[in-house]
Design a protein around this ligand. Sequence first.
Ligand SMILES: Nc1ncnc2c1ncn2[C@@H]1O[C@H](COP(=O)(O)OP(=O)(O)O)[C@@H](O)[C@H]1O
Ligand SMILES: [Mg+2]
Length: 249
Amino acid sequence: MNRIISLINLKGGVGKTTTAFEMGYLLSTRYKSRVLLIDNDKQGNLSRALGVYQEDTYCGTAKLMGGQKVVPQQTRVEHCDIISANMSLLTATYKNKGQAKGYLQLGGIEDGEGRPYDFIIIDNPPDLGLNVLNALFVTHDVIVPTKIDLWALEGLDIIRDQVQDIRRINHDIRPPKALVTIYRSSPANTAGMEWLRDNGYETFDTVIRYSDKAVENTFCGQALQEYSPRSAAALSYRRLIKEYWESVR
Ligand SMILES: Nc1ncnc2c1ncn2[C@@H]1O[C@H](COP(=O)(O)OP(=O)(O)O)[C@@H](O)[C@H]1O
Ligand SMILES: [Mg+2]
């Protein structure tokens, strides 16, 4: 059986897409797992990062939303496939209001050669639209990338409540776990991390450190692991994946 991970936060710019790409890259290349990435954001940033963005097609995630059978697309990263997104996801979300069971097929989805995936990683937009709720219905692990700055922690309670609600239907979903991203050592960061702990949020021990390299690299087609493997951010992601791997084995 596969393990389905959702990256979610109601804010943009907190490292959701970067985390999805780095986790997918590391699980497939270093941990020899079969990975399926799902771009669940109509902006299509994850699709762009993997070089498979197409503007004028009815995208894979839109088909998923409509309950059509979807065949994942290969990427240049071995054992790492994708279901890509573009603006057509918006129309699909709108058209399928009130019913959308398409994401349930993710439980048994296979690659082009009929093999199941070990991990499915869903990169979500910064909202709780129907496509995000559908993703949560099939998710096991909810990771909340959190950049600690002013108001950064706003909205975390909404996600926690939503996950709690979904638990009545999806008994396998675990409580959300915060991942501090774009971290720079500062009093604000320390205070933010204390706040998370004091308010009962589970957090990863690993924090993802800030790197100029990560800013340069935005959606240029390479994972940070390739572009700048020695950067603090790339190193942080290798630590994160080790921590994650050990938590699900
Ligand atoms: N560890 C990091 N250090 C510095 N910049 C980062 C880091 N992680 C992500 N970024 C940058 O922050 C911006 C937002 O990241 P992104 O992953 O697109 O966030 P989201 O998907 O939550 O909107 C991008 O420009 C990205 O390059
Ligand atoms: Mg994003």
